[in-house]
Design a protein around this ligand. Structure first.
Ligand SMILES: *Cc1c(COP(=O)(O)O)cnc(C)c1O
Length: 393
């Protein structure tokens, strides 16, 4: 069946305003996501914030069902958190590391995660060890297997790095983690909403995701998954009246579901927008979404590779909707600005966001054009013409 591009575009208010190839930064919201938020803000203004939350209680609960469903989890394994970084942090900073513990990570690990790894290593005496890549540039599962010993406490890797089309072999890593009985934390910020993600098939214990990227939700939304039997072993670094209950003058009890990683005050309009985004993503179906994204991205890579001076920089066996490249003699910021002048949105990924990977490849920056299913073939062609124009000027 042909992809219903006209539906996808007509339900996206920004589709004809901009050529948006910044879906890995923050995608364009569909109308239903926008409406869910505005309707709730209006209700808050009319009847009061707490009262509006009570009216919306079922829809707020539904956010957990919808998030669980998109990753094959249970609702009590989900915490809704303001972004993927904080979601990841709440899991990571809960792990009681001991001196000598080893943390294995990937060479394309995200900067914010890596900074946290370094901070905790310095505090606890744990070590941080990136697993080498294989010949395709993805994490080498064989190398990982060789690094496993009794001192490995955590495997923390990124599924789809922020700076390229690479998809790390998350499920093969999960098989190693399970065999070794090691905790496995997966940063799925760029993969949830883009490609099929199933926590059972992957075998991760914890997973972080964001709302605004491939899920097309509001900014300032994200969620954390923690496997049911792992939840009681992780006491969050921060507790409050929502994560715990003050049961006696000198006692408290931590709640027993994943909401122990949340905090009390939250942006309900945004949370409902996230729920709408999850429902909208499901209405397209993740397989359909993934096929469409891969086809558009491959079309874009093939056409860019033919432009003089352009080098496509994506690694990996299976490549996703994030297309990265450099334009000979034209810096990333200039590319971005010249495209912006034509209402074309991209970002520039620089060394500090994935330092090990960028240094390995001798790169200081790449232009990142990230496509989604609502982008059209005509947009891909117009984009490549625009790049061709600036590589010649
Ligand atoms: C964007 C990104 C993050 C951070 O997500 P936030 O929602 O901004 O906190 C984490 N990991 C990867 C791989 C990302 O691309």
């Amino acid at each position: 069946m042909a992809f219903d591009i006209s539906r996808a575009r007509s339900e996206t208010p920004g589709a004809d305003e901009v050529l948006h190839f910044n879906n890995a930064g923050s995608s364009l919201m569909p109308q239903s996501v926008l409406d869910a938020q505005i309707d709730h803000l209006r209700l808050e203004a009319r009847i009061g914030g707490y009262e509006a939350a009570a009216v919306a209680a079922d829809r707020v609960e539904h956010v957990y069902d919808a998030a669980a469903s998109i990753i094959g989890a249970q609702p009590d394994e989900i915490a809704v958190i303001e972004n993927a970084t904080r979601a990841w942090d709440m899991a990571f900073y809960s792990i009681p590391f001991q001196p000598g513990d080893r943390i294995l990570t990937a060479r394309a690990e995200y900067g914010s995660n890596y900074i946290a790894l370094l901070q905790v290593a310095a505090r606890t005496g744990a070590t941080v060890e990136p697993v080498p890549n294989d010949e395709h540039g993805q994490l080498s599962v064989a190398a990982l297997r060789e690094m496993i010993d009794d001192r490995v406490r955590l495997i923390a890797i990124t599924h789809v790095p922020t700076n390229g089309g690479l998809v790390n072999p998350a499920a093969e890593v999960g098989a190693v983690a399970r065999e070794a009985g090691v905790l496995y934390l997966l940063d799925a910020c760029q993969s949830v909403g883009q490609l099929p993600v199933d926590v059972e098939a992957i075998g991760c214990d914890m997973l972080s995701a964001t709302g605004r990227k491939y899920l097309r939700g509001p900014r300032g939304t994200g969620f954390l998954y923690v496997r049911r039997d792992v939840i009681p072993t992780l006491e969050p670094p921060f507790l409050d009246n929502h994560a715990a209950t003050w049961t006696a003058p000198d006692q408290y009890t931590v709640r027993d579901d994943a909401r122990r990683f949340e905090n009390w005050e939250t942006n309900y309009a945004a949370k409902l927008g996230l729920g709408a985004a999850l429902d909208y993503a499901s209405s397209w179906g993740i397989e359909v979404t993934w096929e469409r994204i891969k086809a558009l991205a491959e079309r874009l890579r093939a056409a860019l590779a033919d432009v003089p001076g352009v080098v496509v920089r994506d690694l990996g066996v299976e490549r996703c909707g994030i297309v990265t490249f450099t334009v000979g003699g034209v810096g990333g910021q200039v590319v971005k600005e010249r495209l912006a002048a034509q209402s074309i949105n991209v970002t520039v990924s620089r060394t500090p966001s994935t330092r090990l990977d960028m240094e390995d490849r001798g790169l200081s920056e790449v232009v990142r054009a990230s496509v989604h299913y609502f982008n059209s073939e005509a947009e891909v062609d117009r984009f490549v013409e625009a790049i061709d124009g600036l590589s010649r000027s």
